[in-house]
Design a protein around this ligand. Structure first.
Ligand SMILES: NC(=O)c1ccc[n+]([C@@H]2O[C@H](COP(=O)([O-])OP(=O)(O)OC[C@H]3O[C@@H](n4cnc5c(N)ncnc54)[C@H](O)[C@@H]3O)[C@@H](O)[C@H]2O)c1
Length: 241
């Protein structure tokens, strides 16, 4: 069987780095696209294709995909993980703030998936995984653009699943709770944020990136071809969902 290949966006750190490393351990050849270099990820992933570019820039994404397929020959899996999650009062949210969040979190997955589609079709089967958030259920008051972007991503997931089903390409979303990454620790998890979310979960501990890996590997498996259009809520049995 042909070695499957994957592109992970936002792979420099946090969840994206864990996803890239986990896919490599599972036998995938992995490329990562991020706006910053991915030295640490490259150290963890054998034969890693490190692509520096912005997921919202068509030219950069096109070039990144071309490099990936030049190197690996195929592309089976796209993990749309790159995202931003600023928090702040709605009344202080500018149109520029709103556009930036929508652009990275929603337009980015569109650009990457749309440009990857010919390669996924050519590969014969494909998996698109969108990293959403359980915040779509909690709807925190200080994350209005973020919740809008991730809810949009779930709509994108569902409709795109319908569009791509005939090609053997599934499209699913994974919705984590608050996960202990460096960015979350510095921002939403600071000042008791992690503890507040933990206390809403059935599993009374803070979610780690490793808690998402089994779901990712399940969704991208070639044998998971009948699972599509779904949002897998991997959030410790949050009482709100
Ligand atoms: N950490 C959490 O608590 C949590 C919870 C639910 C969902 N999520 C989602 O998981 C994903 C990863 O979160 P994280 O905590 O690992 O974040 P992170 O900040 O650690 O990593 C995000 C990566 O995306 C990259 N990135 C940002 N904008 C980009 C762009 N325009 N083009 C290319 N790369 C870009 C960054 O450089 C960074 O390396 C995000 O989509 C986030 O919304 C995170």
């Amino acid at each position: 069987m042909e070695t499957p290949t994957a592109l992970v966006t936002g792979a420099a750190q946090g969840l994206g780095q864990e996803f890239a490393a986990a896919l490599a351990r599972r036998g995938f050849r992995v490329a990562g696209l991020d706006i910053v270099p991915q030295t640490e990820t490259a150290e963890r992933v054998l034969d890693y294709v490190e692509l520096v570019g912005d997921v919202t820039d068509e030219h950069q994404v096109r070039a990144a995909l071309e490099r990936t397929v030049d190197r690996f020959g195929t592309l089976h899996v796209v993990v749309n993980n790159a995202g931003v999650y600023p928090a702040g009062p709605f009344e202080e949210t500018s149109l520029d703030d709103w556009r930036r969040v929508l652009r990275v979190n929603l337009e980015g997955p569109f650009v990457v998936t749309r440009l990857a589609l010919p390669y996924l079709k050519a590969a014969g089967w494909g998996r698109v995984v969108n990293v959403a958030s359980a915040a779509v259920f909690t709807a925190p008051p200080d994350m209005v653009p973020y919740v809008a972007s991730k809810t949009g991503l779930i709509g994108f997931t569902r409709a795109l699943a319908s569009a791509l089903g005939p090609y053997g390409i599934t499209v699913n979303a994974i919705a984590p709770s608050m996960v202990r990454t460096a960015t979350a620790e510095r921002t939403v998890g600071a000042d008791g944020g992690f503890e507040r979310v933990r206390d809403q979960q059935a599993v009374p501990r803070v979610q780690e990136p490793s808690d998402l890996i089994s779901t990712l590997l399940y969704v991208v498996d070639e044998d998971s071809g009948f699972l599509t259009g779904q949002t897998l809520n991997v959030s410790g049995g949050s009482t709100y969902a």
